[in-house]
Design a protein around this ligand. Structure first.
Ligand code: ADP
Ligand code: MG
Length: 476
């Protein structure tokens, strides 16, 4: 039987900032454990937290973008529990008055618009991380106190596609606003995935299962699909009482979810207002100031590309999907490249190059925007042909040389010298009497053959337009 799935997400994302959210230790990644740690992160007695202003601003910015209600004061709460990765015995988070509540945002799901309802967004600190060995576990406090934004949606998704479209949308906003890179390889994202199913015509939701700490978009998709299937099969088999409110986890090796704890084991966090952080007034002026700094987001850049540069919907979407790619494109234009050519090169050759390896980054590509602009200029100025352009592109990557260096090294400049082309055309005419006769007898495609011969003699360097004009002129 087909059921309707209902999904709600709690999406945690580590923020970018110089220092941690409540201490002045560096917020960064290190292969060395416990390198970026201050006494505050270690909860030494007598230490007090100081809140990071950048994190406050960025959390308000995100709340604003998500059309949330923003409270009068920024304030924090303690979530009390014991775990080895939490030296204070509590996490500083926002519970009673999160920085954003009751938001909504429109997303595109495979071409259809959908409004996603945001329950709240709150700022909190990450815990330390545990490394488990054969018979020992160690604690690495580098992550303790790293700023986290947690975004909680209403149960408003009905498929993995919808949930993933939302996450991609949020990721794009985080990237464009420089709030986070959302890099799952660096462990920057984690989601609690809540899934329930109900009969098509039911008016109330089914019992939900929460899958904790799923740590990549692909695993989130798999989790949702697995849970829908698992719960549907239980219901189909009449095992209604086996779909219970519980917390599970995703086992990525076996590709299944596994029971962790049931509702009866739910922890009482005994939330109360964090007394060591005075509340911070969120004034109208502050919000106005933050609004001024919100950059153009992906959909705004896309609109601009379509309107101002006449690029089509598809190409514009491809360009803005990744902010770094979009920045690269804009830099090419700033350097004088024309939009259509830059778009063509980036959406085909450059992205193909990046797609060759999984974690390729456009910033690491040898071809910088100034080189692409140089290549485009060579072609548009007819110094080299389009086909030579492709060759130059490939050679740039092979030899780490600029377009002009490649053109020089391989002597690729187009021959535009009238006399030279004249001579080549005459040579070809003299050697191809039969072809020319055929041409005059109506086999017009012989013209292409003859021009091809000129190109061959010039090793591809003759200006093909000029060669064709000359050939027509001589044999007509
Ligand atoms: P809890 O009391 O377990 O914390 P909440 O109602 O606060 O549950 O919701 C936590 C998350 O679970 C939210 O993301 C919400 O959208 C989602 N959720 C709530 N009810 C359901 C349901 N019936 N099916 C799927 N997700 C749900
Ligand atoms: Mg939380």
């Amino acid at each position: 039987m087909a059921y309707k799935a209902v999904i709600g997400l709690e999406f945690h994302c580590e923020m970018k900032s110089h220092t941690k959210v409540f201490s002045n230790a560096i917020n960064g990644y290190s292969k060395v454990s416990n390198e970026y740690v201050s006494p505050i992160d270690m909860a030494f007695p007598g230490t007090l937290p100081i809140v990071n202003k950048t994190c406050i601003r960025k959390s308000i910015e995100m709340a604003y973008i998500l059309n949330c209600k923003i409270p009068e004061y920024m304030e924090f709460d303690r979530k009390n529990y014991f775990y080895p990765d939490l030296p204070k015995g509590y996490q500083i988070t926002q519970f009673h008055n999160p920085v954003g509540t009751n938001g909504k945002i429109e997303i595109d799901v495979n071409g259809t618009k959908k409004t996603v309802l945001i329950h709240d967004i709150h700022l909190e600190e990450d815990a330390a991380s545990l490394d488990h060995y054969y018979d020992t576990s160690t604690i690495d406090y580098n992550r303790a106190g790293v700023p986290l934004l947690e975004l909680v949606t209403e149960p408003c998704f009905n498929s993995a596609d919808e949930a993933l479209a939302f996450l991609e949308h949020i990721k794009s906003i985080y990237e464009y606003t420089d709030i986070s890179d959302c890099d799952s390889k660096k462990g920057q994202i984690r989601a609690d995935v809540n899934v329930s199913i109900m009969d098509e015509n039911d008016t109330h939701f089914g019992t939900k299962v929460e899958v904790k700490n799923v740590n990549s978009f692909s695993n989130i998709r798999e989790t949702i699909e697995y849970e829908i299937k698992r719960q549907s099969e239980l219901k189909d088999a009449g095992k209604y009482n086996e779909v219970v409110q519980e917390t599970r986890r995703w086992d990525d090796e076996k590709k299944i979810t596994v029971h962790m704890r049931s509702k009866a084991d739910a922890i009482d966090y005994k939330y109360f207002t964090e007394p060591n952080l005075p509340r911070y007034k969120i004034t109208k002026e502050l919000i106005e100031d933050i609004k001024k700094d919100i950059p153009n987001l992906a959909y705004e850049r896309k609109e601009k590309y379509m309107k101002e540069y006449n690029l089509n919907d598809y190409d514009s979407s491809v360009l803005v999907k990744n902010k770094k790619v979009s920045d690269y494109f804009e830099e090419c234009l700033n350097l004088g490249a024309d939009a259509k050519s830059a778009c063509n090169w980036i959406t085909t050759r450059i992205l193909a190059e990046l797609n060759k390896s999984e974690d390729a980054n456009i910033d690491d590509l040898f071809i910088r925007p100034n080189m692409l602009a140089e290549l485009i200029k060579l072609i548009n100025d007819k110094k080299i042909t389009n086909n030579q352009g492709k060759e130059v592109f490939a050679k740039m990557l092979e030899e780490n040389l600029t377009p002009n260096e490649i053109v020089k090294k391989y002597n690729m400049e187009v021959i535009e010298d009238d006399n030279l082309i004249d001579n080549l055309v005459m040579e070809v005419i003299n050697e191809n009497a039969k072809a020319i006769e055929d041409y005059h007898n109506g086999r017009t495609n012989m013209l292409d053959y003859l021009v091809g011969q000129v190109m061959k003699k010039s090793k591809g360097k003759a200006n093909p337009v000029q060669a064709k004009e000359k050939m027509i002129e001589k044999i007509k």
